[in-house]
Write a protein that binds this ligand. Sequence first.
Ligand code: IPE
Ligand code: IPE
Ligand code: MG
Length: 258
Amino acid sequence: MALVEVSRLPQHVAIIMDGNGRWAQARGKPRTAGHERGADAVRATMRAARRLGIPALTLYAFSEQNWDRPQAEVNALVDLLCECLVSERNELVDNEIRLSAIGRLHKLPQHAQSRLQKLTSETKAYEGMTLNLALSYGGREELVDAVRALANKVHADEIDPSDIDESAIAQLLPSMDVGPVDLLIRTGGEQRISNFLLWGSAYAELYFTEELWPDFDANSLYCAIEAYQGRERRFGLVPDAEDAASTTEARKELERAI
Ligand code: IPE
Ligand code: IPE
Ligand code: MG
């Protein structure tokens, strides 16, 4: 049993939910069976995060690059999303969880977009936790969209190029609505970012586990948080300087403000 200090929780946990296909293949099942079990792991993780009091949880459910998987797998993933947007409604409402979504959502089929819009608007006032789904999401794509928006603002004389700073960029990144990532978890054994939250993860603590996503549960989350709480976050500063603690706090504040 992991020991989590509730007074020092990460404010934003982001998870690359990887390993569904391998989980299924190891059992002689089709990859889609792994995605179905992955949905159970999403529910368990969401409940555990909510119970702990984590304010924001971003889940990488479908990357922009995942569209190039075999059509049958893409269809199964979209169908599963649509089912979950119905089956998990009460879970979100009962626990006052606000649903939000990031990514090129317009690429999802219309029926998936409508269900997503319905549930995000129905839960938009909840303050228990934000569950942020990354769907058709890519970190580079998000940056491209933000740069284009900034270029348009310059073109329209709404902003001067010399006024472009970190905050001006972050404001145009939907993933930053829930703040920078404190703890980035990747299941499935690979140690890479795979185009996830490139900007917001600048100072995230990274946690990689061999566990495949369908096996991830509340205890796995506690273990990740315990590891996070054992890290020293320096934000580029010096650890042992007299005033390190206060400057680290100041940098953290700055990170959050961005
Ligand atoms: C993650 O599991 C789920 C999605 C990318 C949608 P994978 O489907 O990538 O599973 P592995 O990595 O092939 O085992
Ligand atoms: C990352 O996993 C995307 C999601 C978990 C949704 P992938 O399985 O697509 O990433 P790679 O191919 O291992 O980099
Ligand atoms: Mg994978």
